[in-house]
Design a protein around this ligand. Structure first.
Ligand SMILES: C[S@@+](CC[C@H](N)C(=O)[O-])C[C@H]1O[C@@H](n2cnc3c(N)ncnc32)[C@H](O)[C@@H]1O
Length: 231
């Protein structure tokens, strides 16, 4: 384990990861379903503003831009932000520059005004932190959502392989789980439903679904919460 992996916010670790390996380029079907169900009938998508916290190299940003929404994203990795911008540029999705705003930074301190967004999404990014960062990030998500705005998150549950392995640094948070989807990715927090209910108690209409699947010929169990919540 290196010093960088132990950095509380994990940023240098993720920057190195994106510099050294290719990352997924396409959004998960659960995000596509959430977007279609929530905003599919809106007549003018350019009036709907999304924020993705922990956008990485932009798989979900790319999708939201292609669908015509206003899109902002933040990630701790400058390498990832550059990769996301390059992809949008090369696919001519940056022509309307005011509609896309990608920034490098820590998502526990969001650089946007109160009530700026109709929707905020977290696709397996907030989990990669210690609880103090997770708590601040959720408070920030609440702050930047409009009243009636919606959060959608996909996060690992305690039922996921690797939970309980690696070095435990606080309840449900492990550095370098030895197996499962978080192995090799530094700090990982695995959520229980009770914990998510408490963390999102300032929101209303919490709705829990989940994906429970296996990987690698049934040898790796993955449990991902699909949480929607309204401000
Ligand atoms: C597993 S990747 C997911 C990336 C993207 N959401 C996707 O679906 O491809 C986790 C991302 O969260 C970012 N991240 C983790 N902690 C962060 C923090 N405190 N502030 C900003 N970004 C963070 C990492 O840099 C990384 O890009």
């Amino acid at each position: 384990m290196t010093e960088q992996i132990e950095h509380p916010k994990n940023m240098a670790f993720w920057d190195q990861t994106f510099a050294n390996r290719a990352w997924g380029q396409y959004p998960p079907e659960e995000l596509i379903r959430f977007v279609a169900r929530t905003f599919g009938k809106v007549p003018d998508r350019s009036e709907i503003s999304f924020l993705e916290v922990g956008c990485g190299p932009g798989a979900n940003i790319w999708y939201l831009c292609r669908e015509g929404y206003r899109v902002s994203g933040i990630d701790g990795s400058q390498t990832a932000i550059n990769q996301a911008k390059n992809r949008l540029q090369s696919e001519r999705l940056l022509h309307e520059t005011s509609a896309v705003d990608l920034q490098q930074g820590d998502f526990s301190m969001l650089p946007w005004a109160d009530e700026a967004f109709d929707a905020v999404v977290d696709i397996e990014a907030v989990y990669a932190n210690e609880m103090s960062v997770i708590v601040s990030c959720i408070a920030e998500i609440h702050r930047v959502l409009k009243c009636g705005g919606v959060f959608f998150g996909k996060m690992f549950g305690i039922q996921t392989a690797g939970y309980g392995t690696g070095r435990m640094i606080e309840e449900n948070t492990y550095v370098d789980p030895s197996v499962g989807p978080c192995a090799g990715f530094g700090i990982s927090h695995f959520f229980s439903e009770a914990e998510l209910r408490k963390l999102f108690s300032s929101f209303s209409r919490l709705s829990f679904d989940w994906v429970h699947r296996t990987d690698h010929e049934g040898t790796v169990e993955v449990f991902e919460w699909l949480l929607t919540a309204t401000k």
